[in-house]
Design a protein around this ligand. Structure first.
Ligand code: KG4
Ligand code: ZN
Length: 356
């Protein structure tokens, strides 16, 4: 059994969690999340400098609360982990410096975690998570990726967005429909009152230099522009903008694109387990569509628990626990942070000579 104290500060949630595992069963003892959404919503998106300052202010209190709620003493913790890449550099630094200082103070090993590996590890808290190779659809505010994950945690990115991430598209469309930040939950709510088939919006593809289209990649900026043009035209015509219908049509198209490309990728790679994680994985239209379409192809879908889709430290702790179970991984205390690091590079975080 391992006990991990994990810190997540890569974007706009300050979170600390205490998690443990016994063999294949993962338990959350506490998972405190201080969201900065209110601080950023008036600016229509995350302001990096403000986010870093807020992490500095909140982290001591969040840490204290997480330890208190877990009833686990810091001396009983085996490893301290924090997200080190990718994310907002100033924000990552706050969590990583705090984690490494605690390691020095309490003589504990440190594990630097890749944020996307954290997201896909949120599935470890769900029942019957896949034990063999699986395909992950990771859909968040910063990333839309298809990642093949092997038993030994070898991870290979098979698809990505060439422009906006799915969550970013939700946020931008939410803003242009006047729904505020974050757009995802607001669009989902108002879409319930709309007709998803009302507007025919484009499913954009990326051209392949060799001809045809890239099968597993995504592009959402054209879809966002199509919504903008639609709203402009309705305004020019002097009509009332049918926000619920536009939201529902947009949500349907995003879900269809994500589901179609994920299933194609899984089938082409002989993977019969699909994991869906990240903030956009909280979307009910996507969740339902993925399950029903995948079942037609005998693919089993594993959805991240609803409360662990958006950023939280429990998923970072789960990634650390999995690394410890696999091999006694440890990161150098000299490991810094990086705004960008492909998921294929995640194991470099455990090298004696850190990559950054
Ligand atoms: O994973 P996350 O917390 O942060 C990143 O790592 O980026 O994801 C946040 C994103 C935001 O873009 C937000 O609009 C989107 O997830 N999101 C949703 C829903 N809840 C959050 N998108 C669609 N439907 C939702 N219910
Ligand atoms: Zn995230």
């Amino acid at each position: 059994m391992h006990k991990v104290l994990a810190i997540e500060t890569s974007c706009d949630e300050t979170s600390v969690s205490i998690v443990s595992n016994i063999n294949d069963t993962y338990t959350i003892h506490s998972n405190i999340i201080a969201s900065q959404i209110k601080d950023h919503s008036k600016w229509g998106g995350v302001v990096p400098e403000l986010a870093a300052r807020k992490h500095l202010e909140s982290l001591p209190f969040v840490l204290e609360e997480a330890l208190k709620e877990s009833t686990i003493n810091i001396q009983e913790i085996d490893v301290i982990a924090s997200t080190v890449a990718p994310g907002l550099v100033g924000c990552l630094r706050v969590g990583s410096i705090t984690a490494r200082s605690l390691c020095t103070l309490h003589s504990k090993p440190f594990l630097g975690i890749h944020h996307l590996e954290g997201h896909l590890s949120s599935i470890l808290f769900s029942e019957n998570y896949p034990k063999k190779s699986f395909l992950t659809l990771l859909v968040s505010g910063g990333h839309t990726e298809l990642i093949k994950v092997d038993e030994g945690r070898e991870m290979k990115r098979l698809g990505k967005s060439f422009d906006d991430a799915a969550g970013e598209a939700f946020d931008k469309v939410g803003r242009l429909l006047g729904l505020g930040y974050p757009g995802g939950p607001a669009i989902e709510k108002i879409a319930k009152e709309g007709n998803p088939l009302k507007f025919d919006l484009p499913k954009c593809k990326i051209s392949d230099k060799k001809g045809g289209f890239l099968k597993y990649d995504f592009s959402f900026s054209g879809l966002k522009t199509a919504v903008l043009r639609l709203v402009e035209k309705i305004n020019l015509d002097g009509d009332k903008v049918p926000v619920p219908d536009i939201a529902a049509s947009f949500e349907r198209v995003v879900a269809e694109v994500l589901v179609e490309r994920t299933i194609k990728c899984a089938r082409d790679h002989g993977l019969d387990n699909v994991v869906v994680v990240g903030g956009v994985a909280a979307n009910n239209t996507l969740r339902k569509m993925m399950i029903s379409e995948a079942s037609k192809k005998s693919i089993k879908v594993h959805l991240a628990p609803l409360n662990l889709c958006t950023d939280n430290a429990a998923m970072i702790g789960a990634a650390a626990l999995f690394r410890l179970k696999l091999k006694e991984h440890q990161s150098s205390l000299k490991l810094g942070v990086s705004g960008r690091l492909s998921i294929d590079q995640a194991t470099t975080l455990y090298q004696k000579n850190p990559p950054f």
